[in-house]
Design a protein around this ligand. Structure first.
Ligand SMILES: Cc1ncc(COP(=O)(O)O)c(C=O)c1O
Length: 389
């Protein structure tokens, strides 16, 4: 019998990978490379690989934490902007009051990892999800956003005697035109329904969205308009004698405006930690940290080089990614497994086999293409962060 035929299914006789991992790599996600130890040189990583500059990450973490230290409004960072449980814990250690997330499974992962105070800043619907939320709520007081009367009624019906364990915030559409009830009377009426059904009303949230404006009076005006809708609704509800403990909003582009707006209790900024190059002009306090490492696999002298990182390793929703530290090279196209780079400056020295790095310019969709992030300091891997799904 040949060596191949004798192999147990799923394993190689030698080497570190299983066949199933190899298949997974072929099919999609860029997989974690086994046996990457601290001290491994960046040049020895298989490409493509997602890298985070640890000095920049730590500086972003500290900068945001220092801003919130001693302020009445707290930071509740959004988990989806990194999806790394270890980084969530570092945000808590740095002073965050809890975590925000978008999905029940993320809330569960965070709770299981010891994060006590989790807000799902998103709606849930359907029997399975509501049951799942009920089960999770019995273990830990996770808060979920609601914007629909039927969902509220279903939650109450399905929770039965445990209804008071379900924590909700009423979600307002303050600017984005996505989820949320209208501010004002519609929000008041949903709040009253929440209370009449016996759920625990914790307060309000309203996400104003990324504000693609540089710091200045115009941005301040746009954010204030949105936040006024949120806080005016808080006043309306309180006038009815209903306490509003939480007023949650804000992102990386407007964290300082949101945190200093009267009556806002917490800010959900998330992108600040890893940052991408698209977002940087709108939140210049923070530094982009992520690059995709690739290898040059082909060169047509005087014209172009090709690298082994395409759309399976980088999302291009915000345009072609820039190359770190090599000004004479320009990304012209990404194919599934290839990046095409024009040699704009003939004096650029780049050869087949060289490593190059692309700046990540579309954070969350790029994270979803990878299973881990290599934490780099001084050109060596210092730690490996697993990306939770
Ligand atoms: C509801 C909600 N809150 C907070 C955030 C975080 O915003 P930012 O990416 O600006 O940090 C997002 C991001 O999309 C969001 O959808």
């Amino acid at each position: 019998m040949s060596e191949t035929k004798r192999r147990p299914r799923g394993f190689r006789s030698k080497g570190s990978e299983t066949w199933s991992e190899e298949r997974a790599e072929v099919l999609g996600a860029v997989r974690h490379q086994k046996h990457i130890l601290p001290g491994t040189k960046v040049g020895n990583l298989r490409t493509p690989a997602l890298l985070v500059n640890l000095d920049s990450l730590e500086s972003n973490l500290t900068r945001m934490a220092s801003f919130f230290r001693d302020r009445p409004a707290k930071l509740r960072p959004h988990f989806k902007a990194h999806q790394v449980l270890e980084l969530a814990c570092r945000q808590i250690q740095a002073g965050a009051a809890g975590l925000t997330c978008a999905r029940l499974c993320q809330a569960e992962a965070l709770a299981d990892h010891g994060v006590r105070d989790v807000l799902i800043a998103n709606e849930i619907a359907g029997r399975d999800m509501i049951e799942h939320f009920g089960d999770l709520s019995r273990r830990t007081p996770v808060i979920v956003a609601v914007d629909n009367a039927s969902v509220v009624s279903d939650m109450a019906k399905m929770a039965g005697g445990h209804v008071h364990e379900l924590n909700v915030v009423v979600d307002l559409d303050v600017r984005l035109g996505r989820c949320g009830v209208l501010p004002g009377e519609a929000a008041l009426s949903l709040t009253k329904l929440v209370l009449s059904k016996g759920l625990r009303f914790r307060g309000l949230m309203g996400y104003e969205g990324h504000i693609p404006l540089p710091p200045g009076p115009e941005k301040q005006r746009v954010v204030h308009d949105a936040l006024r809708r949120l806080t005016d609704t808080k006043t309306l509800i309180e006038r009815e004698g209903i306490p509003v403990e939480v007023v949650s909003c804000g992102g990386t582009s407007d964290f300082s405006i949101a945190a200093t707006f009267p009556a806002i209790t917490e800010v959900q900024a998330g992108s600040y930690l890893l940052m991408d190059t698209w977002y940087e002009p709108f939140a210049p306090e923070f530094t982009p940290t992520l690059t995709v490492l690739a290898t040059v696999i082909s060169k047509t002298p005087g014209e172009r080089v090709v690298a082994d990182a395409g759309t399976k390793a980088m999302n291009t929703g915000n345009g072609p990614p820039q190359i770190k530290g090599i000004p004479g090279l320009r990304t012209t196209a990404l194919h599934v497994e290839h990046a095409l780079l024009e040699i704009e400056d003939a004096s650029v020295s780049v050869e087949v086999g060289d490593r190059i790095e692309f700046w990540v310019n579309c954070l969350e969709p790029t994270l979803s293409l990878h299973s881990c992030i290599y934490g780099i300091r001084n050109s060596e891997v210092e730690e490996v962060f697993q990306i939770a799904r």
